[in-house]
Design a protein around this ligand. Structure first.
Ligand SMILES: Nc1ncnc2c1ncn2[C@@H]1O[C@H](COP(=O)(O)OP(=O)(O)OP(=O)(O)O)[C@@H](O)[C@H]1O
Ligand SMILES: [Mg+2]
Length: 448
């Protein structure tokens, strides 16, 4: 058992010595403060974190944050006082120990699940869905929402994927949509992939995390005043964000499609702190089968540009989204500048914690790259960025302009457009379902 210890100075050495004497236990890191503990768990270290109540900044949120990394949080007090134990339990630790305990008892408390603690439960939020009738969180059925898809009004069966062929979705997935600067179409892709996922029977939550130019609300005619992600982040900081609260902040923009709108004015980016964003994304998994994140373009780590490591970081939201994602869609524009930026973006990804990318080239047209644009683009991306598989989205100004003007999705206002068809295929590919083309023929898509 790999232990991370973050406790008060005066008795830390005594506790570490005691813990190290327990068979099977290795104290791999002695953290001087909470920040070091959080970064250690974020980097994937530790099975159990031992924390004391006098650790500066320790609160319910930080205990839950450690637990979200799959690390069990156990409290420690110097003397086993009941008052200290109670305080620690209120923070949601999974158990409490002290150095004077017998070795066997320490081993038991390090490994035993405690139903009273949130630390062991934080990860199980996936199984809870808010009861939309208003009576609070309830257990929800897992898997694709076939029933809700079937009940959806106004959609022909041929419009949707072949749900009889749909494999079970075991865990909610987070799909990050990211790409370089220059408006390559990240939001167009995020919005329409989210809408297609909902139409394929996957309840979907679209979260606007672009700290430079949030626009999802406009794309979907969601009220500008909608408090969205800033309110969710604030509630998280205050410890009042739960699934029901998140559901209230994320209205339905279309059947099966919820939207958590972005920050209304770009100057408000400091309101989005990484821990809160991580919490929001984590909780979002409990609200929908698929969570789609529309991310900003920059992945420069602004912490490295500042001496104040506690200062808010504008790109931390993007970095958090990338790190939390299960799937990553990278969008580039089909013109010489856009493709060069896309190559650089793909080259920068290995140094950023993120899932393997699926590359999308948007606005594909012969006028910007020459005849047979798809082949040319595929060849140059293969050559310069090693891209083997590519999704091409044709330039389709008529459909995209109409959608934007009406504040609706391509499926709603240009259902037979070429851009819609390409994005629907991408959505189906992400969840591994078979779709029908507009001509009725089938195509099989697998999650890669
Ligand atoms: N396939 C397409 N065909 C035609 N126009 C498109 C296509 N995709 C996107 N557009 C248009 O390009 C513009 C920019 O798209 P979008 O807002 O999605 O880009 P973005 O990468 O999110 O930009 P930003 O940097 O502002 O976040 C919009 O006017 C959109 O309608
Ligand atoms: Mg955008």
């Amino acid at each position: 058992m790999d232990l991370l210890v973050a406790v008060g100075h005066s008795w830390e050495a005594r506790l570490v010595e005691r813990l190290s004497s327990v068979p099977g236990v290795v104290v791999s890191r002695r953290c001087v403060d909470l920040a070091e503990l959080l970064s250690a768990v974020a980097a994937g270290h530790g099975d159990v974190a031992v924390v004391s109540g006098d650790l500066r900044g320790l609160d319910r949120e930080s205990v839950a944050q450690v637990a979200r990394h799959g690390v069990r949080v156990v409290g420690a007090s110097p003397d086993g006082s009941e008052a200290r134990e109670r305080e620690l339990r209120q923070l949601g630790v999974a158990g409490v120990l002290h150095p004077a305990l017998e070795t066997d008892e320490i081993a038991r408390r390090l490994s035993e699940e405690d139903p009273d603690g949130i630390a062991g439960l934080a990860l199980s939020g996936d199984d809870e869905r808010p009861d939309l009738s208003g009576s609070g969180p309830v257990r929800a059925m897992r898997g694709p929402s076939v029933a809700s898809a079937g009940a959806r009004a106004g959609e022909g069966a041929a419009e949707r994927g072949d749900l009889s062929q749909t494999p079970e979705v075991e865990q909610p997935r987070v799909v990050a949509v990211w790409g370089p600067t220059g408006a390559p179409g990240r939001t167009t892709v995020a919005v329409n992939v989210a809408s297609e996922l909902a139409r394929l029977g996957r309840s979907t939550l679209l979260v606007d995390l672009d700290t430079y130019g949030a626009s999802v609300a406009q794309f979907l005619s969601v009220l500008d005043e909608s408090p969205g992600v800033a309110a969710a982040a604030r509630a998280s900081e205050l410890g009042t964000l739960d699934l029901a609260a998140l559901a209230r902040l994320a209205p339905e923009a279309a059947p099966g499609l919820r939207v958590l709108s972005g920050i209304v004015s770009a100057q408000r980016w400091p309101e989005l702190r990484p821990a809160a964003i991580e919490h929001v994304i984590d909780l979002s998994r409990g609200l929908a089968d698929v969570v789609v994140l529309d991310l900003g373009f920059s992945v420069e780590d602004d912490e490295e540009l500042s001496y104040d490591t506690d200062a808010p970081r504008r790109n931390a939201t993007t970095l958090t989204g990338l790190a939390q994602a299960d799937d990553l869609v990278v969008v580039g524009a089909a013109d010489p500048i856009g493709l060069q930026r896309l190559v650089r973006a793909l080259q920068s990804l290995p140094s950023v914690p993120s899932p393997p990318p699926r590359t999308v080239v948007n606005r594909v047209r012969a006028a910007s790259v020459g005849p047979d644009p798809g082949r040319r683009i595929a060849e140059s991306l293969q050559r310069f960025a090693g891209v083997e598989a590519l999704h091409l989205v044709p330039d389709d100004p008529a459909a995209c302009d109409a959608a934007l003007l009406q504040g609706r999705t391509l499926a709603e206002c240009a259902p037979s457009s070429s851009a819609r068809d390409a994005l629907r295929t991408l959505a189906a590919d992400l969840v591994g379902v078979e779709t029908r083309r507009q001509d009725g023929s089938r195509r099989r898509r697998r999650r890669g």
